[in-house]
Ligand binder design. Structure first.
Ligand code: AVI
Length: 368
């Protein structure tokens, strides 16, 4: 199979030219912002994408097997029950593009049917980390010879330009209610960009949405007795540290294999996992709460730049006060008319919808 690493590994000359993800980390921590909803409280935050490194992808995959995490099972139920109807929407000679494909457990249901019913389908698996992506694809390649597999590694904005290269009809998959991890305004903006830069008329996008339901069911989905969910959230601290230190090391020009390990930017023991559900906005939220005053330890290579930019005396003076919460992840839930609203706002046409037997989740097919 073909594999393209689309990640932009920017090598900057100095700290002020830091890669966007480093700037986003620092800005999110120094500039608390209001979250959607009525509350005036402002929160520091970390970029959501940092939940997913090799460890985070593995933890998320394990979460999808937990009984309380109904989202995965319900979507699998929809895909199994309506496989033929869904596959009927994907003609021979077309491309299937999977945004955030993960372990491919769910998509494998569609690929199995496509492999039986079609002779020429190209499948583009997109995710952020190369090793898990290789692993997911290589398990399926021998099973589905009628499908041409392509791995595209990178964030959405890094991989989308690649997708313009194929002139074939396209079906984009955005499964798992990943759409819920963004505010509707961001979703609309992303879909408009996808539609204008990648899709041609009649191309499709299949979007998985978790429905509004009893708040306790939702809270339980994000808090398991084994603590896997907490582990998943804490991992963002470790990944953030890695990203910051990789960058500092590049600025120093030092070799990672001989470099002694620097102190982590955060100490995860100093945080507690907190999950809440906000009925007013229909959204679940994950936070990490400081158990004590937490001093954030920036490596000295970027401390000066931070102090210049954020007026922080030594660049290492950021303290997160005891009880303060860092915002990690929103998971919005959707009402029955959400797909129609999304269609109206993006100009995409809602052409089919399916739900699972318990009516917990829905899959909505839009066409350009
Ligand atoms: C990927 N995404 C839809 C998951 C969710 O439910 O928001 C990520 C997740 N967060 C905690 N557990 C799983």
């Amino acid at each position: 199979y073909r594999f393209v690493d689309c990640r932009h590994n920017v090598v900057a000359a100095d700290a002020a030219d830091a890669p966007p993800i480093v700037k986003e980390i620092v800005a999110g921590l120094y500039t608390p912002r209001r979250l959607p909803g009525r509350s005036e409280t402002r929160y520091r935050s970390l970029p959501l994408v940092l939940l997913y490194d090799n460890v985070g992808l593995d933890l998320f995959d394990r979460i999808t097997y937990l009984p309380e995490y109904y989202l995965a099972n319900c979507e699998i139920d929809i895909l199994r029950t309506h496989t033929d109807d869904i596959v009927a929407q994907i003609p021979d000679g077309s491309d299937v593009i999977d945004l955030g494909c993960g372990s491919l457990r769910k998509t494998a249901i569609l690929l199995e049917a496509l492999n039986r019913q079609r002779t020429d389908v190209a499948y583009y698996a997109i995710d952020v980390m190369p090793d898990p992506l290789h692993e997911s694809i290589s398990k399926l390649v021998p099973k589905f010879p009628n499908i041409a597999f392509v791995g595209l590694c990178g964030m959405y904005e890094e991989v989308l330009p690649r997708l313009r290269e194929s002139p074939r009809q396209k079906t984009v998959l955005w499964l798992g209610s990943s759409v819920g991890n963004y505010h509707t305004d961001e979703v609309v903006q992303f879909l408009e960009q996808l539609s204008s830069s990648v899709l041609a008329p009649d191309d499709a996008i299949l979007i998985g949405m978790d429905k509004l339901k009893d708040r306790q069911v939702i809270l339980d989905a994000y808090c398991d007795p084994q603590g896997l969910r907490a582990e998943f959230a804490f991992n963002i601290l470790a990944h953030t540290s890695t990203v910051i230190h990789d960058y500092a090391r590049r600025l120093r020009g030092s070799d990672p294999s001989t470099d002694c390990s620097p102190p982590a930017v955060f100490d995860r023991e100093q945080f507690a996992y907190v999950n809440t559900y906000d009925d007013e906005i229909g959204g679940h939220k994950i936070f990490l709460e400081a158990r004590d005053d937490v001093s954030v330890r920036w490596p000295r290579e970027i401390a000066d730049w931070i102090s210049d930019t954020y007026g922080d005396a030594a660049g290492d003076g950021l303290v997160i006060k005891r009880g303060e919460r860092i915002f990690i992840e929103p998971s919005y839930k959707f009402g029955d008319s959400a797909a129609e609203v999304l269609g109206r706002r993006t100009g995409l046409v809602l052409s089919a919808k399916w739900t699972d037997r318990q009516e917990n989740c829905m899959l909505n097919l839009f066409r350009k």
